[in-house]
Design a protein around this ligand. Structure first.
Ligand SMILES: Nc1ncnc2c1ncn2[C@@H]1O[C@H](COP(=O)(O)OP(=O)(O)OP(=O)(O)O)[C@@H](O)[C@H]1O
Length: 557
């Protein structure tokens, strides 16, 4: 949020941005900075060369920095002018290219780091925030944060440009420059005061509406069918578009406001140059050649100074917005204490895969414990059915078994065979999440080596072999967004096939067969039992029949 635009605060922000750059990128940052600073220096040289050229055009001799240019130095002056201008163009190209590359490189790094952090967070931390917000940070906040370096380079380059050019003007016409500087200071103070509250409001509105827009979009896309069936898709669409309208308005205000001072400044400069020309034309003076050369140099100065001035003013006002995004991002990086850690390999004795001793768990903000003083063992070969009324904590227990959540009290011992990062556990929830790609991709799920024979075997275990055989593109059939081209039961069976393909030591099924008809469910459960002879299966099912037929142990919550 934009709180103040005073120079001290801005310098603090610039320092923060500089020091916040990741250490391995400091070298690249310095290259960008040198390039950005080299441009104002070359601009200054061009102004001198222009002065020399103007004097040579009028056949006047001149001594600059100990070098004497005679009345016939026109050729040298032209060559100098062309040479230095070309060097400037090259430097500008390099500076723009390197700073853009740096910004994009940083954007990729920020997004990658954030994604890595999100994917290694504990489930408890991950589920504290909506996916829309996570998405916003991954895409928009990372980009805005990286863009703060672009603003930083623009600020430094334009400030140095103005300083050097105004300094050189000062040597020639100190009174004009002093007057100009006073005017500029007054103008900046006045304009930043006038703009401050407006930019504040626009930034606040921008952040609020952007957040709401992302949330509404996420909800509309996720709940497409519900919105249609309840006849609210238009209303919900309007809700998102209403936010977008407000967001666009805030964006327009935010992009226009910084331009206003520039337009005023350009008008003032144009009038001043016009008055200078009129003065040369109408006032008869003896030093006309020097005056013409100075005026030409001044015009060139102004041509460079006006864009620098506008860049300085716009980067000055943009600085806080991008800086606050950089802070948000850094908070995201540091606010992730609960990372998924490699758990200690506390091997339980014998064939036990998992031992829960006096475990209690409660969700934040829910006073009562969801799981209270609970103990259980899971050994290879076990078929355990977890039963209990709705809301009793069956899924919560599954999440603890899977290692997504750690209990507050009690102890969980996991065999080295089922450390989550060793892929020893497979977890299939009721709502199977599928990739939008092919059936094959969904089964091998990120594995580089594909064993098609094994794929066909697991498909036959979940009774999907026949269906795949009938599909013209077989395993290469695309399943659509989260498997929307498949039935609910087919999606669930694909989820189970994926789990079996990974040959887990412990298979957790959280109502993973709820969408199947009784006969298919019985066949699938029997296949699982047979193929997982040496492993353990823990399942939740609301059909009592399943506990009776497929379980060796029943745990009542
Ligand atoms: N992320 C969460 N934050 C806060 N409370 C939660 C969260 N997830 C579940 N709960 C609460 O914990 C309790 C147990 O939920 P859980 O999903 O484990 O029950 P369940 O036995 O699997 O229910 P069902 O049979 O209906 O699926 C419920 O009261 C639920 O409201």
């Amino acid at each position: 949020m934009l709180k103040n635009l005073n120079p001290k605060a801005q310098i603090k922000r610039l320092r923060y941005i500089y020091h916040a750059a990741p250490a391995p990128l400091k070298g690249k940052l310095k290259v960008c900075l040198y390039l950005a600073c080299s441009l104002p220096i070359v601009d200054l040289i061009i102004v001198f060369v222009t002065y020399v050229l103007m004097m040579a055009l009028q056949k006047q001799s001149l001594t600059v920095l100990g070098l004497t240019f005679g009345a016939n130095s026109l050729f040298i002056a032209i060559m100098l002018f062309i040479g230095v201008t070309l060097v400037r163009q090259l430097l500008e190209f390099l500076s723009v290219r390197e700073s853009r590359r740096f910004t994009q490189f940083l954007y990729r790094q920020y997004s990658a780091k954030l994604l890595k952090n999100y994917m290694s967070m504990s489930w408890r931390s991950f589920s504290k925030e909506t996916k829309a917000v996570r998405m916003k940070h991954l895409v928009a906040t990372s980009l805005d944060s990286a863009y703060s370096y672009q603003v930083f380079f623009n600020f430094i380059s334009s400030a140095l440009n103005l300083l050097l050019l105004a300094g050189s003007m000062f040597l020639v016409a100190p009174k004009i420059v002093l007057g100009g500087l006073v005017l500029l200071a007054l103008f900046m103070r006045f304009s930043s005061k006038a703009l401050k509250s407006k930019i504040n409001q626009a930034t606040d509105a921008h952040n609020v509406h952007e957040q709401r827009y992302y949330n509404h979009l996420n909800e509309s896309l996720n709940m497409f069918r519900e919105m249609r069936i309840f006849g609210v898709s238009e209303k919900m669409g309007d809700r998102a578009l209403g936010e977008l309208e407000q967001l666009s308005e805030a964006k327009v205000r935010l992009s226009i406001l910084p331009y206003t001072p520039r337009i005023v400044m350009e008008s003032v400069f144009t009038v001043a140059i016009g008055i200078g020309i009129l003065y040369v034309i109408f006032v008869d003076r003896t030093d006309t050649p020097q005056l013409i050369a100075s005026l030409a140099s001044f015009m060139l100065l102004a041509r460079r100074m006006i864009p620098s001035m506008s860049m300085l003013l716009s980067s000055y006002s943009e600085l806080e917005g991008t800086y606050s995004q950089l802070q948000v991002l850094h908070r995201e990086f540091s606010d992730m204490p609960e990372q998924e850690e490699d758990r200690a390999q506390t091997n339980p004795p014998g064939h036990e895969l998992l031992v829960l001793s006096h475990v209690s768990f409660s969700y934040e903000g829910r006073g009562k414990e969801t799981i209270e003083n609970f103990s259980m063992n899971v050994s290879a070969g076990d078929r355990i059915s977890i039963t209990g009324e709705s809301g009793k904590g069956k899924s919560t227990l599954m999440m603890i078994l899977a290692g997504f959540m750690e209990p507050h009290k009690g102890e969980v011992k996991r065999s080295a065979l089922i450390q989550p990062k060793l892929h020893g556990i497979a977890y299939v929830p009721q709502e199977t999440a599928l990739l939008s790609g092919t059936i094959l991709e969904n089964i091998v799920f990120g594995n580089e080596t594909v064993d098609e024979e094994k794929v066909m075997r697991v498909l036959s275990l979940v009774k999907l072999e026949e269906l795949i055989g009938k599909l013209p593109e077989g395993l290469q059939t695309v399943v659509g967004d989260n498997g929307m081209f498949l039935s609910g039961g087919q999606r669930q069976r694909l989820g189970i096939a994926r789990a079996l393909y990974h040959e887990p030591q412990l298979l957790l099924l959280d109502e993973a067969t709820s969408a199947l008809d009784e006969e298919t469910e019985r066949q699938v459960m029997a296949s699982i039992s047979t193929c997982m002879k040496n492993s353990a299966v823990v399942f939740i099912s609301h059909r009592k029949e399943n506990s009776k037929t497929h379980a060796t142990k029943v745990v009542e919550l």
